[in-house]
Design a protein around this ligand. Sequence first.
Ligand code: PLP
Length: 411
Amino acid sequence: MIFSENRHPLFGIMLQGSLKNMSARSYLDWNATAPMRAEAKAAFAAAASQLGNPSSVHAEGRAARAVIEAAREQVAGLSGAIAGNVIFTSSGTEANMLALTPAIETAGEKQPRSRLFLSAIEHASVRSGGRFAADAIEELPVRPDGRLDLTALAKAVANAPRPMVSVMLANNETGIIQPVAEASEIVHAVGGLLHVDAVQAAGRIPCNIAALGADLLTLSAHKIGGAKGVGALIRAREDIHFREPLVRGGGQERGLRGGTENVAGIAAFGAAALAALTGRDAEASHMRGLRNELEARLLAATPEAVVFGRDDAIERLPNTTLFALPGIKAETAIIAFDLEGVAVSSGAACSSGKVQPSHVLAAMGASGPQQRGAVRVSLGWNSKAADVEKFLSAWTKLASALSKRQRGIAA
Ligand code: PLP
């Protein structure tokens, strides 16, 4: 959501100064973006004041190049990859766009990829299919538990020569973790390539590219505490070649993405990747503790609410809760929370100020009202117990207003 003035973007109501005191607010929308980490801000500031184009051969240029190469090592470390296989891009979106192309070859396969298969719950940047023709793209169903249907995957790729498959590691709305390693076995058994969008998983759960069996992996800096507008596509092996650059130009990033690099953003990405890797387990356990408390008390206050994917048999990110309560619409809830100083989002994408029904919940077979009503709460490494309290007190107010209204209607 964009707050360009002191007026609410969805309903045009005045915010009465609530945004003026941001420090009193509780930000629970970390899956949309995370604050920059202190380490990333320091790296950004240092690189921003450094002179030199990384493509220049003089000392200033070499210094800027050294900043990028140090960050490349750090970003590679987050996924256990080799630094030379990291390609910096302008976003996770752009990394997905670079990955999804029929013009990709490996040592064993020089022919173009015939078809692209995507899970039905992918982020819009994957669902658009990158550089594949629309009629070469096929969606794969997920099961009601929110995980990719592996039987459908096996069936789909069996008759497609040289398929490319894209499966996210963790869903941005539900947090549900996908069976990527199992998908990898299926895809590789038929000579396919697997791309994994790990944008939401990075820094929260292990993302080792080899353990996942991914051929290509997407990361985004701003979800792990780097700056907005930087991403990376990581290749598992050097023998994966793109025949077409994404951006033609000066040959930067192995000729795949022309344009002078965003040195400060890349430096911050490296610092954030290192901090995210180092702190991952402690941060995950902190977030999980708060999230479990939030869910338990939310369900105690409103037992008719549904928390999607809250099942011991289903693995979820430690920071994400997606829930719906009959009778509550996402936009009403988001505004009510916002006016109480709590930033949450709808499960569904919010584009042009309008909440769309969630394609993720639709794919899981959730009802229409649930698709339109789901609210997402996502926590981060510096979320506090006080944020959970503030959320719960706003929720109790909202739910009691709803139940009064329902009683009024019934009377
Ligand atoms: N993939 C997933 C799963 C995401 O959640 C997002 C952003 O929300 C993206 C890709 C896009 O990343 P970026 O914002 O860097 O373009």
